[in-house]
Design a protein around this ligand. Structure first.
Ligand SMILES: Nc1ncnc2c1ncn2[C@@H]1O[C@H](COP(=O)(O)OP(=O)(O)OP(=O)(O)O)[C@@H](O)[C@H]1O
Ligand SMILES: [K+]
Ligand SMILES: [Mg+2]
Length: 689
């Protein structure tokens, strides 16, 4: 999964700025962030910021807080280092925000106001600006035009270039009716034919608008985890403030004069400034990494939740399998021939626009069924996941139906008081054992045969689920299909568990029961009937090709409409959590080390006994304090690349990973400052003499 970790090159439709441009912009922005309103949101850095003004005052008047031998130059030096400390923190955040800002700019260019053809009545249009379109308006778009806003397709069939949004250059075929590909997005271009659609978003609330807000981070809010960590860091800083403040009277008692600038330097060195400076950059980078995978995360919280997910709920059809179910066989029941089944299957599928329905028509035609004008006057009965059936009411009053075997058996029992023949079960099992989906076919309550719909497992699923298992994540396949087909596919794919004959509301039930056990749950979906479950899940990933309600309920949208992307999203979330944990560990370990570097130096002159602690042999007390403070500042920019890129992420269990990181970043955090401070001291001390 190192792909996610390394941040595979993005392929969003969003144009990316060059690295140099981004850095230049971040430098400009980092100065704006000195504003107190920005600083106050980050308590640790706010204390550094305030301290900077105190030492600045001391630079002008070293005797401000009483007589001292400390020079203005020393105080000025401390002030400069504090300035850089705050500036580096500002720069880290600005750099993390930069990519999103650049993306937002390029998306805004897509948003040029185009005109739209609003339908007034059946044969009159009016041409208005796209910005005047409201939810519910009907609009016609033709070949070559930019689609003015989002909507649900009512009529027509057309190929659409969505690369402005998804980055995918292959055109997408759009048409009304199905769960997939029946919506259009403002800003995309229609390449062929025409479409009539109903506007689904008011101005300012379109997908493009939401996308701009999102990548720009305009409404970025701290996640609960970030808030908790911020509070913890603030409390830690306050404790150090008290400790350092009490040092002064203590030292006075020993006749040591500790000057204010040195005390401030000690305070800043002790406070968790490294993580305080990088915390928000880490969070922003996590969202940005998701964007580079063409996943739009509606909040940082969603990305974080993905990192903690323990149960993954997946569909069968279209997620684990290719989903393009094709009719491959007609199995007759006693009393009927294969061609009877083909003819009745065709009648039952004449109005069925799903891929399944069309493949049945195609197979029946291939088996030689002749067109019968009688169907043209029939009435289609649409498939729903609730009834699990579809069919046609023929003009002569006969009812042709097909659907899930259990659903059709119940339908003939309840509607016609006929019991399904014993052979039905065997015929259905024959199909199901192959991992294919059996549809029972009935006419006027008489069961005629079984239609076999075959589907192909997506490649590499087994490896992906094994990988999930190694991360401690349980995978559950929830499908509307029958238990036998479900079992065959579940075994082939290697999922941990499955639920068959699930209606849409069963997905919610499965999610709730997992959540009740304290597990965080992720799921993908695209249909309107997935919307409640997408909202209930901790991580709901909707397909961009899906319906408007699904996209509104979800907290993430995959522009590539690839349900297996959930697996990458989990990796991105985990990497975010691990990066934050690792840098927090490093930061605190670092501060402990700085304490041991600075304190002996501060007391050495007055208390010769302390020199035993002075293992680092730093040149002078001033040099020791300044070196530690410089180290404290420059470690921030040194760690910016790591904060933005994320720490290396390996697929082991969470505990293992934690242990590894505490060891690496904890020990590293203890050792690195000793070396760093010593080196700075060697370089700096000649100048201080
Ligand atoms: N066009 C159709 N006409 C009649 N019955 C259908 C049609 N499409 C699917 N079915 C039946 O309805 C069942 C439920 O469909 P549903 O879409 O809820 O689940 P699914 O697609 O099989 O599985 P998943 O939930 O994993 O996508 C299918 O398993 C099939 O038996
Ligand atoms: K520090
Ligand atoms: Mg389905």
């Amino acid at each position: 999964m190192s792909e996610a970790a390394a941040g595979a090159p993005g392929h969003t439709g969003i144009r990316r700025k060059g690295a140099r441009e981004l850095v230049a912009q971040a430098i400009v922005d980092s100065f704006r962030k000195f504003h107190p309103a920005v600083q106050v949101r980050n308590p640790v850095m706010f204390i550094v910021w305030l301290s900077m003004f105190v030492t600045l005052a001391l630079t002008f008047d070293p005797g401000l807080f009483g007589k001292t031998d400390v020079t203005a130059a020393y105080n000025g030096f401390v002030t400069a280092i504090l300035f850089f400390t705050v500036w580096f923190a500002n720069f880290a955040e600005a750099l993390a925000e930069g990519r999103g800002k650049a993306q937002a700019d390029s998306l805004r260019q897509t948003k040029t106001d185009v005109t739209a053809r609003r339908i007034v009545d059946d044969d009159t249009f009016e041409v208005i600006m796209a910005g005047a379109l409201r939810k519910g308006d009907r609009v016609r778009v033709e070949r070559g035009e930019i689609i003015p806003t989002d909507g649900e397709i009512l009529e027509g069939i057309a190929s659409v270039d969505e690369s402005a949004i998804t980055g995918e250059s292959a055109p997408v075929l759009k048409e009304p009716g199905t769960d997939m590909f029946s919506t259009v997005t403002g800003g995309t271009r229609i390449l062929s034919d025409w479409l009539v659609f109903r506007v689904s978003a008011d101005p300012g609330h379109t997908f493009l608008d939401r996308m701009i807000h999102l990548v720009e981070g305009a409404r970025r809010q701290k996640t609960p985890n970030e808030i908790a960590l911020t509070v913890l860091l603030a409390v830690l800083s306050l404790i150090f403030l008290v400790v350092v403040a009490t040092l002064k009277p203590l030292a006075a008692f020993l006749h040591i004069d500790l000057d204010v600038a040195t005390l401030i330097a000690l305070l800043v060195a002790l406070m968790p400034t490294t993580i305080g400076a990088l915390l928000s950059a880490i969070g922003i980078a996590g969202i940005d990494r998701a964007t580079r995978f063409n996943v739009l995360a509606m909040s940082g919280r969603a990305v974080e939740a993905a990192g903690d997910v323990q149960t993954l709920i997946l569909d069968k059809t279209g997620t684990i399998t290719m989903g393009n179910r094709q009719a491959t066989e007609f199995v007759p029941l006693p009393g009927y021939s294969e061609s009877d089944v083909a003819a009745i299957a065709l009648a039952a599928s004449w109005y069925d626009t799903t891929p399944e329905g069309r493949s049945i028509v195609a197979l029946a035609v291939a088996r030689g069924v002749k067109h019968d004008p009688v169907w043209e006057r029939g009435q289609g009965v649409e498939f729903t996941a609730e009834t699990r059936m579809s069919g046609t009411d023929l003009p002569d009053g006969r009812k042709a139906r097909k659907g899930a075997v259990a659903a059709v058996a119940r339908y003939v029992q309840e509607g016609f008081k006929t019991t399904a023949p014993a052979e039905l079960k065997g015929a259905a099992e024959l199909v199901a054992r192959k991992g294919a989906t059996p549809l029972a076919l009935a006419i006027d309550g008489e069961l005629v045969g079984v239609i076999g719909l075959s589907d192909v497992l997506k490649p590499g699923m087994r490896e992906r689920f094994a990988h999930m298992r190694s991360l401690g994540i349980k995978t559950v396949m929830v499908t509307g299909d029958n238990p036998i087909t479900a079992r065959v596919i579940a075994e082939q794919a290697g999922v941990d568990d499955f639920v068959a004959e699930a209606k849409p509301e069963d997905k919610i039930r499965v999610i709730r029961s997992e959540q009740a056990r304290g597990r965080l749950v992720a799921m993908t979906g695209d249909g309107t009937n997935d919307a409640p479950a997408l909202a209930q899940a901790d991580v709901g990933l909707a397909m961009h090709s899906g319906t408007v309600p699904a996209k509104e309920a979800a907290n993430m949208i995959d522009l590539d409409s690839d349900p297996t992307k959930l697996i990458d999203v989990v990796a991105i979330g985990k990497q975010l959590l691990i990066t934050r944990g690792a840098l927090t560990t490093f930061s605190i370990a670092n501060d402990v080390a700085k304490y041991f570097a600075m304190l002996p130096a501060m007391f050495m002159l007055a208390l010769p006994g302390v020199s035993a602690l002075n293992i680092m042999h730093l040149a002078t007390p001033e040099s020791a304090v300044l070196s530690a403070l410089i180290f404290n500042a420059i470690i921030i920019p040194i760690l910016i690349p790591l904060a933005l890129r994320g720490v290396r992420f390996q697929p082991t269990t969470a505990n293992h990973m934690l242990a590894r990181n505490v060891l690496l970043y904890g020990l590293g955090g203890l050792i690195v400052p000793f070396i760093g401070i010593k080196v700075i001291d060697l370089l700096l001390s000649p100048f201080l003499r």
